[in-house]
Write a protein of this length. Structure first.
Length: 146
């Protein structure tokens, strides 16, 4: 089981979809400020608008919402694409390319998460990246046996 690329790719799919789901919760719920400093910070993040030109004036909170939703969508896209290809029993030659692209993107994403975020997204993105790399290595071995 651990030596089959499909097992590791399913692990990546599950973690990618779990990450998308968990991270999307942050789009609808935010923790209340715990003290006056946090209250002031939250207020400034949601009310102060910077003029970006061309009629765009966005708050920091709006920019973070956009970035956060893009991360959830990235994980959803990766999980759904990989899951679809597994369900359709795509051949190793097709999967090898798709998994390589996923591994590169999620590797870059993992590095960014490790530097700029907190533990849950770091761990989940790291597990997805690791599962994709193992799956890719096993897919390469599968291709040499044919």
């Amino acid at each position: 089981m651990l030596k089959r690329y499909s097992f590791w790719l399913w692990v990546a799919v599950i973690v990618q979809l779990l990450t998308a789901g968990l991270h999307s919760v942050s789009l609808f719920a935010s923790p209340p400020p715990l003290n006056d400093t946090e209250r002031q910070l939250y207020d400034l993040m949601s009310t102060y608008r910077k003029d970006f030109g061309a009629g765009f004036a966005r708050s920091t909170s709006e920019l973070l919402t956009a970035l956060s939703s893009c991360f959830s969508l990235l994980c959803l896209l990766g999980g759904l694409t990989n899951g679809y290809l597994l369900l359709k029993r795509a051949g190793p030659s097709i999967l090898k390319g798709i998994v390589a692209i996923n591994a590169i993107i999620f590797g870059i994403c993992f590095a960014i998460m490790a530097v700029f975020t907190i533990l849950p997204p770091i761990v989940l993105t790291g597990i997805a990246f690791l599962a994709l790399v193992v799956s890719y290595i096993l897919l390469r071995r599968e291709g040499t046996r044919m």
